[in-house]
Design a protein around this ligand. Structure first.
Ligand code: DAH
Length: 332
C-alpha cells in the first residue's frame, strides 16, 4: 500500500510543472511542508513491519532527495522565465528609485556664462594646448629667457620635453591665434593653467579665459567699454569695480581690474583680471603689422569670478569633489 502511494507520488511530482514562483512554493509545501506528503510517509513508517522498515525508509529518503532536487531545478527555470512584473510580487506602479543626474561644476557654470557674455559681442572661442613651448608661453610675449618677468609666474617645466612648460597662463593662445594670420581677431580662450603656488586663494592649477581683439584702430577706449559691459553682465548693474594701472610684459599700457566684495564683513577689492593694449613688439613677433593694427587683451581668473559669485573664500573647495559642496549647484 505505502509502496504504491510512494510510486504514485513520484509520478505526480514529475507531472507537475509550476508556472510561477507562487505555484512552485505551493508544490514545495504540498511535498515537503510539515503536513506534506513526504513527512506523511515518514509518519506512516511506524506502521510498517520492522523487517521492511529499512526498505521503505530508503524509498522515502530517495523520494525526498528527488523531490528536493526537482524543486531546485524547477526554481531555476521559473526564475529565468520570470517577466518583469509578472506575478512575482513586483508592483510596477511604485515610484522608481531616485537617480541623481548630477549637475555642472560651479567653474563650468561660470565658464559658460563668460563664453555667453563675450559671445554676444562677437567673440569666438579658441583653445590651445596645456603643454606649450617656452617661446609661445614666454618669449613671444616679450619675456625672453633672462627677463625677470618670468619670475612672476612660478613655472612647471616639463622634464622629458625640452623647453616645454605647463602653460602658466592662457596668453600663449594669443600667440597661436595671431600666427594664423587671419585678421581681424576677436576671440576668447578658456582653459586650465598651472603654477607652483598653493594656499587658500592660489592653487597649482586654475582656470583662465583669455580675450584678444585685434583690428585697425582698436584703442584703450574699446577695452574699457568691453570690460564695463562684461562686469555689468556678470555681476549686475551698479557693481563697484576699478581699473588699476599695472604691468605686464606683453601689454602697454597695462591694467588690472578689481571688483568690490565683502571680505569677512568688510568691503574689499578682489582682482579678477589683467589687461592692456597688446604691445606692438608682440604683434611683430607674431607676424602682424603693428603700424596698421592694434589690439587689446585680457586674462580673467575663472575661479575668482566664481568665488565672488557664490561667496566662496577658499579656492581649494573647487577641486575637492566634496559632494556636499557640489550638490549646492544642482538646479532644483
Ligand atoms: N597672463 C596674465 C597672468 O596670467 C594675465 C593677463 C594680463 C592676460 C594682461 C592678458 C593681459 O591678456 O593683457 O597673470
Amino acid at each position: 500500500m505505502l509502496k504504491e502511494k510512494i510510486e504514485k507520488a513520484y509520478a505526480e511530482i514529475k507531472a507537475t510543472i509550476p508556472q510561477s514562483e507562487a505555484e512552485l512554493e505551493e508544490l514545495r509545501i504540498k511535498l515537503l511542508g510539515k503536513k506534506g506528503l513526504i513527512p506523511g510517509f515518514y509518519a506512516q513508517l511506524k506502521e510498517v513491519p520492522n523487517e521492511q522498515k529499512k526498505e521503505f525508509g530508503a524509498l522515502i529518503n530517495n523520494l525526498k532527495t528527488e523531490a528536493t532536487d526537482w524543486l531546485e531545478n524547477l526554481k531555476t527555470k521559473v526564475v529565468k522565465a520570470r517577466k518583469p512584473g509578472a506575478d512575482d510580487g513586483t508592483d510596477m506602479t511604485l515610484p522608481a528609485n531616485f537617480l541623481s543626474i548630477g549637475g555642472m561644476h560651479p567653474l563650468s557654470i561660470v565658464r559658460q556664462e563668460l563664453i555667453n557674455i563675450f559671445g554676444r559681442i562677437g567673440f569666438d572661442i579658441s583653445e590651445g594646448n596645456e603643454v606649450v613651448d617656452e617661446w609661445t608661453n614666454f618669449t613671444a610675449l616679450n619675456m625672453p629667457h633672462d627677463h625677470p618677468a618670468r619670475d612672476m609666474q612660478d613655472t612647471f617645466f616639463v622634464k622629458n620635453l625640452d623647453q616645454h612648460v605647463l602653460r602658466t597662463h592662457t596668453s600663449g593662445v594669443q600667440v597661436q591665434e595671431m600666427l594664423k594670420g587671419k585678421l581681424p581677431i576677436r576671440t576668447i580662450s578658456p582653459g586650465m593653467v598651472f603654477r607652483k603656488d598653493n594656499d587658500a586663494t592660489h592653487s597649482p592649477f586654475f582656470h583662465q579665459i583669455e580675450g584678444l581683439y585685434i583690428d585697425e584702430k582698436v584703442s584703450f577706449k574699446d577695452l574699457k567699454q568691453t570690460l564695463y559691459y562684461f562686469v555689468k553682465e556678470q555681476f549686475g548693474e551698479g557693481t563697484k569695480f576699478r581699473l588699476r594701472p599695472s604691468y605686464f610684459p606683453f601689454t602697454e599700457p597695462s591694467a588690472e581690474m578689481d571688483i568690490e566684495w565683502n571680505k569677512n564683513g568688510e568691503s574689499s577689492w578682489m582682482e579678477i583680471l589683467g589687461c592692456g593694449m597688446v604691445d606692438p613688439a608682440v604683434l611683430d613677433n607674431c607676424g602682424i603689422d603693428s603700424k596698421k593694427y592694434s589690439g587689446f587683451a585680457f586674462g580673467i581668473g575663472v575661479e575668482r569670478i566664481a568665488m565672488l559669485k557664490y561667496g566662496i573664500n577658499d579656492i581649494r573647495v573647487f577641486y575637492e569633489n566634496d559632494i556636499r559642496f557640489l550638490k549646492q549647484f544642482i538646479p532644483a
